[in-house]
Ligand binder design. Structure first.
Ligand code: AP5
Ligand code: MG
Length: 308
């Protein structure tokens, strides 16, 4: 059955060697420009930590940057942002774009960047495209962590965070060694103020209405791939890395108008059919739980028999 639980037997050492392969990692492995799209609790933050380490790139999480902006209790701007976040809406594009503009120039982004939770609207996607074009940068991969809303409540309501480092735990799926204490510093773990039942439903509505249209936006640009986010954390990481490694070798990204004009050439068809065979371009987000279960079972049998 599609599991939303982490494999508790995965040791830190196993996680490290799966992702880093440090001794073997050479310069050509470094660098990528990645976007993660997914509903609240789909695993964007969890996977970001692993991908930035793997590609030695910077993580730009607009959620984290906006939370930082709310820390100054005397700032009116911060108070405005806090209210929007706690009601599950989106912070205005101008504020978000100015954060992006500042972040992308940081020295830690010299090898590339990973956007966690940005862009969230078509407008932000278009703005990002212009910003990257002006800096002669391109996107390599847009990974969508696809998961049904039903799975997310448990993930969000059980989440624990270590505020200063951003480390994330889960009461059930990834518990800290000592209850409510960070494994590294021993400091107290907290819950996010928007991790409540009511705010979660508003966040999900916002995601479906305003962010999901971006999936077609990036599909037209040939760099979107959907990953089944109900898998274990390690499986999602493995698939994410495989896809990024594959896509960054391609020159498939077609920015702005050229993407809309683009027709299905033989080349793109070959790439698409290859991706489907590799289970990389299958959008499972619209499937019901029952169909998703059958779909995953078929894929796993085909894999076991070496057919795909
Ligand atoms: P943001 O902070 O980005 O929140 P979100 O999109 O709602 O996503 P989350 O951080 O809640 O979930 P996640 O996908 O990172 O999941 P995680 O890895 O932690 O944004 C917050 C708010 O800021 C927005 O609502 C909006 O108001 C504003 N905002 C942000 N960006 C904006 C923008 N661009 N424009 C306008 N407004 C913006 O995982 C969740 C839990 O599940 C964890 O406990 C984890 O341990 C567990 N878990 C993860 N993966 C697995 C797995 N495979 N199996 C089992 N458990 C797992
Ligand atoms: Mg997050």
């Amino acid at each position: 059955m599609p599991s939303s639980s982490m494999n508790k037997n995965e040791t830190n050492e196993q996680k490290q060697s799966l992702l880093k392969n440090d001794d073997k990692q050479n310069k050509t492995d470094i660098g990528a420009n990645i976007i993660l799209i997914g509903a609240p609790g789909s695993g964007k933050g969890t996977q970001s930590a692993r991908l930035v380490e793997r590609y030695q790139i910077c993580q730009i999480s607009t959620g984290d940057l906006l939370r930082q902006a709310t820390q100054d209790k005397t700032s009116l701007e911060g108070e405005k942002i806090r209210r929007v976040m706690e009601t599950g809406g989106l912070v205005d594009d101008e504020t978000v774009m100015s954060l992006i503009d500042k972040s992308i120039n940081k020295p830690e982004c010299r090898n590339g960047f990973l956007f966690d939770g940005f862009p969230r609207t078509i407008y932000q996607g278009e703005q990002l495209e212009q910003l990257l074009e002006s800096r002669q940068k391109r996107l390599d991969a847009v990974l969508e962590y696809a998961i049904e809303d039903d799975h997310l409540k448990r993930r969000i309501l059980g989440r624990l965070i270590h505020k200063s480092s951003g480390r994330t735990y889960h009461e059930e799926f990834n518990p800290p060694k000592q209850p409510m204490k960070d494994d590294i510093t021993g400091e107290k773990l907290e819950r996010r103020s928007d991790d409540t039942n009511e705010t979660l439903s508003a966040r999900l509505t916002t995601y479906h209405k305003q962010t999901k249209p971006l999936i077609d936006f990036y599909r037209q640009r040939n760099i979107h791939r959907s990953i089944d986010a109900t898998q274990s954390v390690n499986d999602v990481s493995k698939q994410s890395i495989e896809i990024v490694d594959y896509l960054r070798k391609q020159s498939t990204y077609k920015p702005s108008t050229s993407a809309i004009r683009q027709t299905e050439t033989d080349d793109t068809l070959t790439i698409k059919s290859k991706s489907i065979i590799n289970q990389r371009d299958v959008d499972t987000s619209h499937l019901s739980n029952n169909f998703l279960f059958i779909y995953n079972a078929v894929i796993s049998v085909l894999r076991d028999r070496g057919i795909i």
